[in-house]
Ligand binder design. Structure first.
Ligand SMILES: Nc1ncnc2c1ncn2[C@@H]1O[C@H](COP(=O)(O)OP(=O)(O)O)[C@@H](O)[C@H]1O
Ligand SMILES: [Mg+2]
Length: 207
């Protein structure tokens, strides 16, 4: 099924379910994706299930209605961060039930470690790359901010676009073919997330 056909299908589904509660609509979308469509499940994180559409695109479906705002946030942040740092959002449901995003090659732990070594001269833990982005007092952060244009652009972009980097370990990065630096595939957290949400999510993320 092409992205266009998928969008048409979702439009029809939305009109059939007009006036229904968010829970009912999300259930209908998930049931169709999992049980009826031929979309292959690719992967999931704490808040979205991700399916293969074609060689260029993936479908990201909110897991719970509390996750709808994350898809909405990703749409806003993708435009703000731009292509150098973020996967493109190709199409999105206005309510945040789903988005269609540019497909990237998810990064393996070791490949991310090698990239950090080669490009940033940094031998940290790929799981906690987000900590390096957050921690402005860290010497490595400060050095990279001053000497690495990619790093500086990323930090400035996250700030400008109000994106919270706490969850930016290697699992939320992908490679775009022909590009040496990785690109975010998950950048859905608004800055200044409440601490209790972070704690809940980090247990999910690292388990
Ligand atoms: N644009 C994409 N291209 C390829 N794989 C993706 C893309 N977005 C997400 N994925 C895969 O799906 C997983 C979960 O998606 P993610 O956006 O991280 O959702 P969550 O908000 O639940 O963490 C990712 O870790 C990655 O493996
Ligand atoms: Mg993720």
């Amino acid at each position: 099924m092409s992205p266009k056909e998928l969008i048409q299908f979702f439009r029809k589904l939305a009109s059939n379910y007009f006036g229904e509660s968010e829970i009912v609509v999300l259930r209908a979308i998930k049931d169709w994706v999992d049980l009826t469509s031929d979309l292959q499940f690719l992967s999931s994180g704490a808040t979205r299930d991700v399916y293969d559409i074609d060689e260029h695109s993936v479908l990201k479906v909110a897991k719970q209605i509390t996750d709808l705002k994350l898809n909405n946030q990703e749409v806003i942040a993708s435009r703000c961060l731009g292509k150098t740092y973020a996967s493109e959002v190709i199409a999105a449901d206005p309510e945040g039930f789903w988005i269609i995003a540019e497909k990237l090659q998810p990064v393996a732990y070791n490949d991310f470690a090698v990239w950090m070594e080669d490009e940033l001269n940094y031998s940290g833990n790929p799981n906690t790359f987000g900590d390096l982005l957050i921690n402005q007092n860290d010497e490595v952060h400060q050095y990279l901010y001053q000497h690495n244009l990619w790093f500086k652009g990323l930090i400035d972009g996250l700030k400008r676009c109000k994106v919270d980097p706490f969850d930016m370990g290697y699992k939320n990065w992908g490679f775009r073919s022909g590009q040496k630096n990785p690109v975010l595939l998950d950048y859905a957290f608004e800055a200044h997330l409440n601490e209790s949400i972070k704690i809940r999510l980090s247990t999910l993320i690292f388990n």
